[in-house]
Design a protein. Structure first.
Length: 427
């Protein structure tokens, strides 16, 4: 991939992008880029993202199918921890990082201008409205290169906290965008709070991120092998996968399990993930007398993550709207669970109501309602074989709609195709 080629170029910009397959940074933007370049090999794709000191990022990395470019934005360099694992979580854990926010905007503006002038892309594709879409709108105005964006959750909602100034940022950004997508209907509704009639910007397509389908089908032997490797027996195995932060709602799942524990029969909850609330959650497990039933696996990826999915009987996604407004767009783990044929219990506030048909492809509950969650757990645990088999079959069938190749084609058609088709041959 070199500038000056006849291949249309796409510049993807994101604040969260893993530096390697072992990096715990969420990988859905990288997975999308890999799927796009796999489905459309004629594209030259460059990814621009901030340096993240914790991920040991390098300024330029060539990958199969795309090139990763990183930019610095703060001095001292040890302050470059604002992005990577999420801007809002970083600010909550360390309020001293607030002065770094304008530096991130400035650093991204300089880097995006530089790469746009160097690459002359057919389109700039921004993941997250803040800061990427906002900065991309400025670069588009300065260079004339069109930009599109995907909004993931509360990345627009943060501007509601800026008195008077929020609409002055959001609406001009929407007006300049040439196309947009939201990962769920609830995410689209947050965007529409600034544009109730949908007249300010382009049409916004609701397209989730995708998932990788398992290489091997669900079967009893794989389940037994996975359970043996995790030291599990024949008990009901519930699975939670995600960062241990407030919006993931694990506190409320523990409350539900406390209520339902005596009626579930033998059970175990696998908590696959890590984060700032781990100590607090471990204490909550002890306080509710669930210590013998809950196993904190820690951060999982690759083979260990697959083992957890294959060992589980039920996936639970108890996401909530956090006290500061942070919220899920649509957890990719929900799509992963469906692909492994797991019955899924999820809150509507996670965005799962876009995906699950309550009672047919999963079970939907309201956020923070421990009693409702407990009832759902008992109902799924008590399903007969025929009902469970039907739910499993429906989940697997549904998951194929969200396999990465299919989702990448939807993103390409909605966001990129009009611009790459018109791209001129670069000298």
């Amino acid at each position: 991939m070199t500038t000056g080629s006849a291949r249309p170029c796409v510049l993807v910009v994101a604040s969260t992008f893993p530096s390697s397959d072992d990096d715990p940074v969420p990988a859905f933007v990288r997975d999308q880029v890999r799927a796009l370049t796999g489905e459309f090999p004629e594209l030259d794709v460059y990814v621009l993202a901030p340096h993240d000191r914790r991920s040991h990022t390098r300024s330029r990395t060539r990958h199969a199918g795309f090139e990763e470019v990183r930019f610095h934005y703060a001095l001292p360099r040890r302050a470059e921890v604002l992005a990577g694992r999420g801007i809002m979580p970083a600010l909550r854990s360390n309020p001293w990082l607030y002065p770094v926010v304008p530096l991130l905007f400035l650093g991204e503006l300089v880097a995006m201008l530089r790469e746009t002038r160097r690459l002359r892309p057919a389109v700039i594709y921004a993941h997250w409205f803040t800061p990427q879409a906002v900065v991309a709108s400025w670069v588009s105005r300065l260079t004339g290169v069109p930009f599109v964006f995907t909004t993931h959750a509360s990345d627009v909602d943060v501007w509601r906290r800026v008195p008077f100034g929020g609409p002055l940022v959001v609406r001009p950004t929407l007006r300049r965008a040439r196309a947009a997508s939201a990962v769920s209907t609830r995410t689209l509704q947050r965007l529409r709070q600034f544009d109730p009639d949908g007249r300010t910007g382009p049409p916004v397509h609701v397209i989730p991120m995708g998932t990788h389908l398992p290489a091997e089908p669900r079967d009893a032997d794989a389940r037994t092998t996975a359970r043996t490797s995790l030291g599990l027996g024949d008990e009901l195995v519930l699975l939670f996968v995600g960062r241990l932060v407030e919006k993931k709602g694990l506190h409320h799942l523990l409350e539900a399990l406390h209520l339902a524990s005596d009626t579930l029969g033998p059970w175990r909850l696998l908590v696959a993930g890590d984060g700032p609330l781990r100590t607090e959650l471990t204490a909550a497990v002890d306080a509710q007398g669930l210590t013998e039933h809950v196993t904190f696996v820690g951060y999982v990826s690759g083979g260990l993550k697959e083992t957890c999915f294959r060992a589980a009987d039920v996936l639970v996604v108890p996401s909530v709207v956090a006290s500061d407004g942070d919220v899920e767009g649509l957890p990719v783990v929900l799509l992963e669970g469906l692909s492994y044929g797991l019955p899924c219990i999820a809150t509507r506030q996670s965005g799962a109501d876009d995906i699950l048909d309550d009672g047919r492809t999963g079970v939907l509950v309201d956020e923070r309602d421990a009693a409702q969650m407990a009832d759902a757990l008992v109902r799924v645990a008590g399903m007969g074989d025929d009902a469970r088999d039907e739910l499993v079959a429906q989940a697997i069938e549904l998951s194929h709609e969200f396999a990465w190749p299919a989702v990448a084609r939807r993103h390409h058609e909605a966001l990129l195709a009009p611009f790459v088709a018109c791209a001129q041959v670069r000298p």
